[in-house]
Design a protein around this ligand. Structure first.
Ligand SMILES: [Zn+2]
Length: 342
């Protein structure tokens, strides 16, 4: 399987992450990619190419114009306002508050953020663009006739809405690629999100559409981030009703229950008869992940890959989360090898 990867992900490296009342080393850090690439080399998975230039039009098909301009310019605006550290929101327009875009930078940051663990740094825009171009280059490989390709994206994307960042995500790589498939002639696209966390951004982007089918397996929102989306009764709206399927699962979930949900989700996808499948491949459902509470083993990721591979669909796999850093390479490579051996 061809793998697309860009070293430019390193441009995004926040100084810290506010977690558990302290500023700690971010879970989502550049070393994640090093561990994955090391495992790929060990297994001779060396068909790795760089992305082509980024097609900004493809970004605008999914993301709000003002939001993109904000992401591109916020670092300079933040510095010009006299700040020195990384960018964090201090106020977010929840519930009874006005949903108007303020003029001052702190207001703009809150307007475009949905959670505060995610810092923006000097190189965040460049890294997010490189990540999106990784996804779009891999998308082209699949659109060109390959059975599958893997977009080794960082930063991840599935928590990014059309005009909101958070959950370590800025541009929704999977959604951008899914839309690109549609724009290049695919009539129906399915997105399967197996990351431990609900793919809130992806769900929201396609919620009222019947041409993109979204399935997510994740920690129940009562207990797991992003907490405010991912309930079972969210099924799509308008003509999109019935085209979103959520499988929230409780703490301690092992592969027996998890794979039942996957089997059910794959059956729903098969019935939708998509031309192509996009997989949001996070490996934080792993038993020792610091931000998840599922109990999948490394071997379970092989089986997960096999089950997805048995659909026999042209498939774009897109990297999302995974923060148990010593196991992230093995778990990712297992999923890809399982897929190929199916
Ligand atoms: Zn995740």
């Amino acid at each position: 399987m061809r793998i697309v990867f860009s070293e430019d992900h390193r441009e995004h490296f926040p100084q810290g992450e506010f977690y558990g009342g302290i500023m700690k080393t971010p879970n989502e850090r550049p070393q994640r990619m090093e561990f994955i690439l090391r495992e790929f080399r060990k297994r001779k998975m060396t068909d790795i190419v760089k992305p082509g230039p980024l097609d900004m039009k493809a970004l605008r098909r999914v993301h709000d114009k003002g939001y993109l301009a904000f992401l591109e310019g916020v670092w300079d605006e933040w510095l010009a306002a006299g700040n020195r550290g990384d960018v964090y929101p201090s106020v977010i327009p929840n519930r009874s508050l006005q949903q108007r875009l303020p003029r001052w930078v702190d207001g703009k940051i809150g307007y475009y953020a949905h959670s505060i663990e995610t810092a923006i740094t000097a190189g965040t825009w460049e890294a997010a663009c490189a990540s999106a171009s990784v996804a779009l280059t891999a998308q082209k490989i699949v659109a060109g006739g390959a059975r599958a390709a893997f977009a080794l994206c960082r930063p991840p994307g599935h928590h990014a809405h059309d005009d909101l960042y958070g959950g370590y995500c800025f541009l929704n790589n999977a959604a951008i690629a899914a839309q690109a498939f549609r724009d290049q002639g695919a009539a129906r696209v399915a997105i399967l999100d197996v990351d431990f966390h609900h793919g809130n951004g992806t769900q929201d982007i396609f919620y009222d559409r019947d041409d993109v089918f979204f399935v997510s397996l994740h920690g129940a929102p009562e207990d797991a981030y992003p907490h405010f989306l991912g309930y079972k009764d969210e099924k799509g709206a308008g003509k999109g009703e019935g085209f979103t399927v959520n499988y929230p699962m409780p703490p301690g979930t092992r592969f027996d229950l998890w794979s039942e949900a996957l089997t059910s989700g794959l059956r729903r996808i098969r019935r939708f008869k998509p031309d192509v499948l996009v997989v949001s491949l996070g490996v934080d459902a792993y038993k020792d992940d610091p931000v998840g509470f599922f109990k999948l083993t490394s071997d379970d990721f092989t089986r997960c890959g096999e089950m997805i591979g048995k659909l026999r669909l042209p498939t774009l796999l897109v990297m999302e989360g995974g923060y148990a850093i010593e196991a992230i390479g093995v778990n990712t490579a297992n999923a890809l090898e399982g897929f190929e051996d199916a």
